[in-house]
Design a binder for this molecule. Sequence first.
Ligand code: NDP
Length: 315
Amino acid sequence: MSENNEKTKCLIIGSGPAGYTAAIYAARADLSPMMYQGLQPGGQLTTTTEIDNFPGYPEGTGGPEMMEDLKKQAERFDTDVRWGLITEIDLSKRPFIAKADDGKVIEADSVIIATGASAKWLGIESESEYNGYGVSACATCDGFFYKGKDVAIVGGGDTAAEEATYLAKLCNKVYMIHRRDELRASKAMQSKVLNTANIEMVWNHVPLEVVGEKEGFGKKVTGVVVQDVKSGKQKTLKVDGFFVAIGHKPNTDIFASQLEMDDMGYIKTKPDSTYTSIEGVFAAGDVQDHVFRQAVTAAGSGCMAAIEAERWLSS
Ligand code: NDP
């Protein structure tokens, strides 16, 4: 075997709460897991400045800090955590063969996929400039910081509708910016949005720019410039927070045509389990869940995946 070829009982792909929790459980079950962290080590939470809803942190914690804690915990039990990306994987026969961007070829008896999903962004420069400083793609995570304030959300699907109604309970006013004059969201969610007094629809508009101030070492959002798609007219909505809810994309490209997925590309798992359509391959976290998408639910399914991998390997 060349020095670039390695073997593991359990390969974990992805390093968000699902991946690290799977690692902690797999390592404690003596599977000596190997983890490739992926493009964004720590996952989506590393872009969140404060996490107040993960149990066990009474004073809250930062996203990067929490992921660092999870990594340390996984390493304490001898998880082989590697910086890098799995670029190819063959799940057609066992052991599964994965190729990494560090040149390694890994033979894995079992695989836990925890590659997560990525929020879609508008792609405007000021959106990334203020990301984490007033711009967010998760109202459930960050809405609390805008209690009593005015915010805007862009999108017209179920996510945007759900997040707008969530924000409306906390905030003074919610502008919902949508590029058409009709929502894509389900009828029930449309009716909730349209009957919530402090949600103001901004129909037929698209956001052009997030505006803000730089305060000392920090930054803060003060508004969003929107444009009427019909007339081209622009106006500025004065807001403290700007939420982007234009959909998510599961990170499943390398598994395409190998595993069963739904039509949005999320990996299908068997009910009440993390089993995928291929024996020995398990999926945990946002890569198989577009409904809850919380760190704690991802961590829970990471735990399930490791327990199921261990039981499957020893069966
Ligand atoms: P969707 O793809 O359904 O909606 C995305 C929305 O964002 C659309 O209204 C779209 O506009 C708008 N949009 C997309 N790109 C841009 C852009 N560049 N600029 C401005 N607006 C843009 O994504 P969701 O995340 O809302 O939902 C994904 C799936 O998950 C759906 O099937 C949904 O039903 C489901 N879901 C279910 C929930 C539940 O049952 N509780 C909760 C949340 C999601 P346009 O309409 O013009 O295309």
